[in-house]
Design a protein around this ligand. Sequence first.
Ligand code: LAC
Length: 364
Amino acid sequence: MSAPDLDALVSPDEWERAAQQALDPAAHAYIAGGATDEITLADNRAAWSRLALRPRALVGVGTRDASIELLGRRRPHPILFAPTAYQRLAHTEGECDTARAAAATGSIMCLSTLATTSPEEVAAAAPDAPRWFQLYVFADRGVSRELVARAADNGFEALVVTVDLTLFGVRERELRQGEAHPVPADVASAAAAGVDGAVTPASLQALVDPDLRWSDIERFAAESPLPVLVKGILRPEDARRAVEHGLAGLIVSNHGGRQLDTVLSGADALPAIVDEVGDEIDVLVDGGIRRGTDIVKALALGARAVCVGRPVIYGLAVGGAAGVQRVIEILLGEFDNALGLSGCPVATELDRSFVTRAPWAAVQ
Ligand code: LAC
């Protein structure tokens, strides 16, 4: 197959289709799939479309400012690369290329515990890439502590503890792959935990501690040299606990619809959580972000930043670092455009007056 013309792919959906062509079918099933009926997977996107924008007229939008503040630092824009596992399934350069694209676009890359590249290699490949580290807390806490120490030693600035994968979701697209299920052999953290060779969902399940509790998170936060966020919060009561347990932030997330199906979308869960803790800690959101207007809506509802998962992997699959860079540039271009056309040229000034429930959203 000839190399695709990256400039010809103008929308995130076109990148997704090109990635499907580029990816091995089993890898595509793993990356694109969600849990059981994939109702939440689809709703993550639909939920942003159920919000309508309310642009403000004649405010002067010739100069726009996409920058935001996150964990006390100014960032040029609100896009982070969500932690996604096994990136060498998408491209031979895997996480190294994703980090290069993060550096090129000023995005924060969150490296997965299940990365196919070690924290040291990522730091060496793209020293300038702003980076956070995602942690699955293993039953063997010693391995998790070692991973955190390696992240801190290698310039990772924050720790994102994923709390919604106590058990692995039921993913039928993957189950259908059977023997063909992609099983990367080169997962640095699994090697540290003593797993030789391939890391399957079953071996992952055996590593991650299903009995993790808030008291464990509190200990992690107290011991961590880095600020700690939790990812996978959908209830305001849990957001309150995140504050009470000393966390720096949280990510409203349903794990890309890959864990428990029919849970709330990020867009629908976000407002109540912002109401509860938005003035106290940083609230981020992920799930279904595919357009610049989705980012405007997320910020208008009170998110500080958004995490983008699958689109990064689709860019990686089609064009390596240049592909990821292009996908993010498309999203950033759309975001800039949407800020201007919404009549809110300063991203941090977005508020709920800019969104309303869309009249076209079905009333059930
Ligand atoms: C997944 C896990 C590994 O969603 O994060 O596949």
